[in-house]
Write a protein that binds this ligand. Structure first.
Ligand code: C5P
Length: 217
């Protein structure tokens, strides 16, 4: 088949969840295996790109030829993304926690047996994708992801404008169990919607990277 060529291009990818500590033993996180983001990083490296993968905590090996930067929190991910610039393409696949605890307790919060619960005050995390899109170092092609359980295309179209991304890749997480190996991607851009068939995550990644290579050519 035709092989995408991304030689000389720097592709910045975020993947996995972020963990937002509540105390030394507890955290807030989104459900994310990191599999789709890692598959995209692997496909980009196979296509010859220089790949920086900024990764939240996942149990996956680093794909061959990929430079991996491990982070835990959204704020660390934001810093690592900025440090990795400039890039020709950014693909933000990470499931970033929208909120973090306002104050991380230095010691484990204890149950006191009275049935009372500790107050958990949340504050908003930085939106890494939206910040990158507004940055003066914005990569020429910025791609966001949208995991939705309903009205997948409508939500992705709204997200395109709200975030300022060039493409939003939407996937229906209601029909495909998270952490699984199969995905159905819908690529939403100003040009319209391109729906890929149901594919294993590595094949979906290869198809997306081929589309990226075409866009840069
Ligand atoms: O609307 P939502 O925040 O779910 O959009 C998801 C997209 O935005 C994904 O590409 C995700 O990686 C990115 N995102 C981000 N920083 C956040 C929240 C989401 O980069 N704080």
């Amino acid at each position: 088949g035709c092989r995408s060529n991304l030689t000389g291009k720097h592709i910045l990818i975020t993947a996995g969840p972020t963990h937002e500590p509540i105390d030394p033993v507890r955290y807030i996180a989104n459900r994310s295996s990191g599999k789709q983001g890692y598959a995209i990083a692997a496909a980009a490296a196979r296509a010859g790109a220089k790949v920086t993968l900024v990764s939240g905590p996942v149990a996956l090996p680093t794909p061959p030829g990929v430079t991996r930067v491990d982070v835990e929190t959204a704020r660390q991910m934001a810093t690592a993304v900025e440090a990795a610039l400039p890039a020709d393409v950014a693909i933000m696949v990470a499931a970033v926690a929208d909120w973090r605890s306002a104050g991380e307790a230095a010691r484990k919060i204890k149950k006191d047996g009275s049935g009372s619960v500790p107050p958990l005050q949340l504050v908003e995390n930085p939106d890494i994708l939206a910040t990158l899109c507004r940055s003066d170092r914005r990569p020429p092609l910025v791609i966001g992801f949208a995991a939705e359980t309903n009205d997948v295309i409508d939500h992705a179209t709204a997200k395109l404008a709200r975030k300022g991304a060039d493409w939003i890749v939407a996937n229906d997480v209601a029909t495909h169990a998270m952490g699984g190996n199969i995905n159905r991607l819908h690529i939403v851009s100003a040009a319209g919607v391109e729906s890929l068939p149901e594919l294993p995550k590595d094949a979906a990644a290869a198809a997306l990277i081929e589309k990226v290579a075409h866009a840069l050519a």
